[in-house]
Design a protein around this ligand. Sequence first.
Ligand code: NAD
Length: 261
Amino acid sequence: MPVFSEDCLKGQGILITGGLGAIGRVIVSRFLEVSASVAVNDVLPEDQAARVMQEAGWDKARCSYLRADITKPAEALSLVNDGRRWLGRLDVALCHAGMAHSCPILDYSAEDWDKILELNLKGAFLVAQAAARAMVAQGVKGKIIFTSSWVQDVPWPEITPYNVSKSGMKMLMRGMARELAAKGIRVNSLAPGIVAVGMAKRQLDTEPDYRRRAEKAIPLGYMQPPESVADAAIFLCSPASDYMTGATILVDGGCSLYPMD
Ligand SMILES: NC(=O)c1ccc[n+]([C@@H]2O[C@H](COP(=O)([O-])OP(=O)(O)OC[C@H]3O[C@@H](n4cnc5c(N)ncnc54)[C@H](O)[C@@H]3O)[C@@H](O)[C@H]2O)c1
């Protein structure tokens, strides 16, 4: 049985970054199922993106691909402007693109540190700031959502720069929420746990140490369905969350409840 009504995001214009990734695809599909219009950003070339979108069966009338590297200020700005133009009105910006790289902290290189922080934190900032400016210019009391992670508050080993980026994202979210509340713009985060697709699945499949830890880390006892991330995103886009700002919704199967070892 559907959790949300078919038209619960009808008329809403949503921009999502990293929307062709493993979790992003599920979120976009669910947004379309509940009648939103979605501007989907990623870095994939146009032909690859077109294939993904066709395979997913996304309705082209309510979904458009906007290629941009969000770590580049000019591209992040054009992305938001193009997204706003295509959508007509930018109601929600979901800053979702992110990456992880596993390596013990003693061996972590400065280059890898920069890559993680540049995408996960600076990219999110650039898009969120441009989106907030667009909302203010259009007089839209919109919403900005960050995809964070349960590790924003937990030092999960061997991805410390990733943890730092999500921790920084938490303060970015809270700072923006504080400053933009007077303009009616709500800013919140969504923090998943160990999801059964995407970066966690890649680590699970290739890193025995990660698998050993992950198997003990989820109190609910099974990996997170990506649909649960999408459902929390729908909630945050919907009027049901209108009185929330500066909050993190943890949807993590309890991962954050106790130490993993
Ligand atoms: N998978 C998990 O267990 C998990 C858990 C908690 C949080 N998250 C978060 O969810 C988000 C998505 O994770 P995922 O597992 O689906 O990863 P993924 O690697 O499948 O997707 C990330 C997407 O971001 C895109 N991207 C990379 N660089 C970009 C750039 N410069 N500009 C625009 N797009 C870019 C990639 O092409 C990719 O499609 C990330 O923010 C991640 O931190 C994931």
